[in-house]
Each structure stands twice: as structure tokens, then as C-alpha cells.
Ligand binder design. Structure first.
Ligand SMILES: Cc1cc2nc3c(=O)[nH]c(=O)nc-3n(C[C@H](O)[C@H](O)[C@H](O)COP(=O)(O)OP(=O)(O)OC[C@H]3O[C@@H](n4cnc5c(N)ncnc54)[C@H](O)[C@@H]3O)c2cc1C
Length: 240
């Protein structure tokens, strides 16, 4: 796969302990919403492509000019190096790859289930869908511990206003530890909640992204809710 050069344009905190990094989009780089890249942080002592790499879903949409990723800023060697990058810093990007992309048949609804940072591939899809006025029903089920941990919550609210075919159910499962107000759902994703929220959607295809333990648990819940395995697509964010 080709290795592209890109430079850091900006970085910002988008939720507590979660930052977005936007890079220049290499000329000729195209991708589908939901796909991922390897972001390679350069080590001067190593040959091209041999720097430290991590995989990230692209959180910006294909129509946008920049290539952005969003990540939990934990205390790993890679994240320390990522966090120390300044505007203009050179990185290498390999990709895009991955098949977590929306199905073509728009008469079938898409149900996007995100656990925490698993929101990233779905942000790209939802930004693109609103931009294209995609004629497809999309439902996002977004589970976080607290509102302060939930990246893009405000933008998702705006996308709901902009795209009448998109609606969101957000749940905050540890409100006892939160300093923010929340009047919405607070339970863990369960069978009856998923059945209720998906009722009436035409032949939904379910997309599931997040840490492996969350993906495994929700997959089990979906099977109890009698969602056919063939209609479930998953992305596990290893490393969490
Ligand atoms: C398709 C895909 C998309 C992803 N998208 C995002 C995203 O949008 N945002 C985001 O924050 N993260 C994403 N991840 C996860 C990301 O690549 C990192 O693993 C994660 O951010 C943790 O990195 P770290 O530096 O905090 O921890 P690290 O110190 O790198 O890893 C923590 C632990 O996980 C283990 N580990 C790391 N990678 C793997 C692996 N591939 N397989 C098995 N074990 C592993 C390590 O051995 C270590 O024990 C994605 C992963 C995949 C596969």
C-alpha cells in the first residue's frame, strides 16, 4: 500500500482526555466514510514507513479537505509522541483500508452503535450523509460513561437537526461521577432498549464499533434481540 506524506494542521480536545488531530489530505487520497488509516509517527533513525504506527478510523468525511482522527490520549509512548506534535509536523499515512462502510441499498436503514471512542467511523458516515442529503434512515446509539467523555455530542445534535433521516439515542452509564447535567437515557445497552429504538426501521443493517469487550457484549445483546448475524458488521478498536 502507498505511504503518503501529510502535515499536522491542528489539534484540539473534543471531550475530556480525547483529542482530534487534523492533517493535510494528500493529493489523490480518497476513502469511503468508515474506513481507517495507519498513522505513522516518524522516527528519524528508521526508514520510511518504519516509524511507530497505530490504526485510526478517519473521523472527517470524504467531502472535507482535511484528514482527521480522534483518540483517547492515554499515557502510551505513541500517544505521548502524538500529543507532542506541533502544527506543520510531518507524518506518514498508509491506507485507507477497512470495510466498515454503509451498505449501498438506501432503502435499508443503518443502525450505528458506538461505545465511547467507537464513534469515529460513524462521525465520518453521518457528516457525509448530511452533506449528501442521503435518502436513508440512520439511527445512532451512542453509549458513554458521562457527557464529558462523549466526543462530538453537540455536533451530533446539529446533524440531527440538519438531516431529518438521522436520529440519535445517547446513553450515559455513569452519571454518578459526572459534573454535567443529563436528562437522557442512563442504562447500559440492553435487549429491550435496542428492540424499542430499532422498531419500525426497514431491514436494518447494524454497525458496531468500540473496544473489543463492548463489541462482544453488544453483539450478544443483538443476538438476544434476534438481529440476524448476517446483518451485523463490527469494528474492534484493539488496544482499549
Ligand atoms: C480498525 C481500527 C480502527 C481504530 N480506530 C481508532 C480510533 O478512531 N480512535 C482510537 O483512539 N483508537 C482507534 N483504534 C485503536 C488504536 O489503534 C490503538 O490501539 C488505541 O488507540 C490504543 O493505543 P494506545 O497508544 O493508547 O495503547 P497501546 O500502548 O498502543 O496499546 C495498549 C494495549 O493494546 C495492545 N494492542 C495494541 N494494538 C493491538 C492490536 N492491533 N491487536 C491486539 N492488541 C493490541 C498492546 O499490546 C497493549 O497491550 C482503532 C483500531 C483499529 C484496529
Amino acid at each position: 500500500m502507498t505511504i503518503h506524506e501529510a502535515t499536522l494542521i491542528s489539534s484540539s480536545e473534543v471531550a475530556k482526555g480525547t483529542s482530534a488531530f487534523c492533517f493535510s489530505k494528500p493529493i489523490g487520497f480518497t476513502f469511503k466514510a468508515g474506513q481507517a488509516i495507519d498513522l505513522i509517527l516518524l522516527a528519524p533513525d528508521l526508514p520510511v514507513g518504519q516509524g511507530e504506527r497505530h490504526t485510526f478510523s478517519i473521523v472527517s468525511a470524504p467531502f472535507q479537505n482535511e484528514l482527521c482522527i480522534t483518540t483517547r490520549m492515554r499515557d502510551s509512548a505513541y500517544k505521548r509522541r502524538l500529543g507532542s506534535l506541533r502544527s506543520g509536523a510531518l507524518v506518514h499515512i498508509e491506507g485507507p483500508f477497512g470495510s466498515l462502510v454503509l451498505h449501498n441499498k438506501t432503502s435499508r436503514a443503518g443502525v450505528l452503535i458506538a461505545g465511547g471512542i467507537g464513534i469515529t467511523p460513524f462521525m465520518s458516515m453521518l457528516r457525509q450523509a448530511a452533506h449528501d442529503a442521503l435518502p436513508q434512515d440512520l439511527l445512532l446509539v451512542y453509549s458513554n460513561r458521562r457527557p464529558e467523555d462523549a466526543a462530538f455530542l453537540q455536533e451530533l445534535g446539529s446533524l440531527e437537526q440538519k438531516n431529518r433521516r438521522f436520529r440519535m439515542l445517547a446513553t450515559m452509564t455513569q452519571m454518578a461521577n459526572s459534573s454535567q447535567a443529563w436528562s437522557g437515557e442512563t442504562s447500559l445497552l440492553n435487549e429491550s432498549m435496542l428492540k424499542d429504538v430499532m422498531a419500525g426501521l426497514a431491514e436494518p443493517v447494524v454497525y458496531l464499533a468500540g473496544p473489543p469487550a463492548m463489541v462482544a457484549a453488544v453483539r450478544l445483546t443483538l443476538s438476544k434481540a434476534r438481529v440476524d448475524d448476517d446483518d451485523i458488521r463490527t469494528e474492534e478498536f484493539y488496544g482499549y
